[in-house]
Design a protein around this ligand. Structure first.
Ligand code: HEM
Length: 393
């Protein structure tokens, strides 16, 4: 099995940084190419990679297609990225329809990521203590001054027992990467290529990766990618979907415990799949009660989101709860900053979100999508941000 190149893989792909409870997400728009390039050069030296375990603060970054363009990446290279990334999460009416981004969740209503409201760069900072987070953010803001403006900022704190605002433990079915050798009982182990570019996936294939034509500079910096005349730009990178999902807590509170459990398909107290005893018991979709009714309802969230219902679609999910109190119009403003990492959005987030929309996820009545973007998560190559030498010449 291939060894992971930990020193080039951004740490957040491999770890949820569970000991760093305080996190901040800053969505930025590029105002000046030179200023943004200079900030990313500074940031590159601080990126936390898979081989590091900083005691205090971790820094990670991701860039959308508009961001890559604004930084100067050429169209010929951009065209080698997945279509979903190039077009953007809200890039076509068809995609919005497929993903259920319509009505109250339509991109026109989004706080960011919708038409005319693009985001280019996502900065993620995680800290052990709030003062460390604040200190780090002040430094970032100073460095961003000349090239970037903040579109949206959210600081979050991990809720106790991994619970989200609806009271359920989240992140139970989180796969592990086989190549890390960290195998926990009852946790599914998958090949790195499901999540990280440049490695074999569960089918023994190395998924498509963005590439550039060979030339002396590219040849010096990048590996071959198995295609004639191309060099691999994506290796050790990944793709990240971010969604701001507001949770309709007032409506949710009207449900009794049994109804809440039917919406998700798991027990509130133990986290076990309905009909099972323990949190780590497998979700058996075929299980039925004495009357022959499915134990996990047909429209339960875990059924419709499961790999079994989505041609094996896998992703690392990391939800970060936020709570903004009440909006001016009296509506409760709390929810989940949903994040999903995958090696290919077309076989990861997209089919799952499509199923949740199409097949009528019971959760849909209780949530609103209020912002979204699809990011490339670049490898951390020492001394250079994604394709820096190729962009800057
Ligand atoms: C506010 C919105 C959401 C909430 C409150 C929520 C909550 C949950 C909970 C409580 C679980 C069960 C625990 C676990 O397996 O980790 C779960 C599972 C899951 N959710 Fe969500 N979720 C939300 C949005 C989404 C979205 C947008 C997606 C992807 C498009 C998604 C994909 C999944 C997947 C893949 C699973 C695991 C299914 C399985 O294999 O059993 N969720 N979610």
């Amino acid at each position: 099995m291939q060894e992971l190149e930990y020193e080039e893989i951004q740490g957040i792909i491999l770890s949820g940084y569970v000991k760093k409870r305080f996190a901040a997400y800053s969505l930025l728009r590029i105002r000046s190419r030179a200023g943004a390039q200079s900030y990313l050069r500074w940031l590159e030296a601080r990126l936390t990679t898979g081989d590091q375990r900083p005691e205090d603060v971790c820094h990670n970054v991701a860039i959308t297609a508009t961001g890559l363009r604004a930084l100067g990446l050429g169209e010929e290279t951009l065209a080698t990225f997945p279509r979903e990334l190039v077009e953007g999460m809200a890039g076509t009416a068809k995609r919005s329809e497929i993903l259920g981004d319509t009505g109250a969740s339509a991109p026109e209503q989004w706080l960011w990521g919708g038409p005319g409201n693009q985001v280019d760069v996502l900065l993620m900072v995680f800290a052990h203590r709030p003062d460390q987070l604040d200190h780090a953010l002040q430094e970032h803001r100073r460095r961003q001054q000349d090239g970037l403006e903040e579109v949206y900022f959210r600081s979050t704190e991990m809720l106790p027992e991994r619970r989200e605002h609806f009271g359920f433990a989240d992140g139970i079915t989180q796969p592990q990467i086989k190549e890390t050798g960290r195998h926990l009982t009852g946790i599914e182990c998958l090949r790195a290529g499901e999540f990280i570019l440049g490695y074999e996936n569960e089918y023994g294939k190395v998924p498509f990766s963005p590439s550039v034509a060979e030339d002396p500079r590219a040849n010096r910096l990048l590996h071959t990618n198995g295609q004639n005349g191309r060099r691999d730009l994506g290796r050790n990178g990944s793709y990240l979907v971010v969604r701001r999902i507001r949770m309709l807590l007032t409506e949710w509170r009207k449900l009794d415990v049994a109804a809440r459990e039917r919406v998700i398909g798991r027990r509130l107290d133990t986290g076990a799949p309905l009909g099972s005893r323990n949190e780590t018991d497998p979700v058996v979709l075929s299980a039925r009660d004495e009357e022959g009714e499915p134990l996990i309802p047909e429209n339960a969230h875990v059924r419709l989101a499961s790999p079994e219902n989505n041609l094996g679609a896998r992703m690392f999910r990391r939800g970060y709860s936020y709570d903004q109190g009440w909006r001016d119009d009296g509506v409760r403003d709390a929810g989940l900053l949903f994040m999903a990492w995958q090696g290919d959005p077309a076989t990861g987030f997209i089919p799952v979100q499509r199923s949740l929309a199409d097949q009528g996820d019971a959760l849909n009545r209780y949530i609103r999508h209020e912002g979204s973007a699809l990011f490339a998560v670049p490898a951390a190559r020492e001394g250079r941000y994604l394709g820096q030498d190729l962009i800057e010449g």
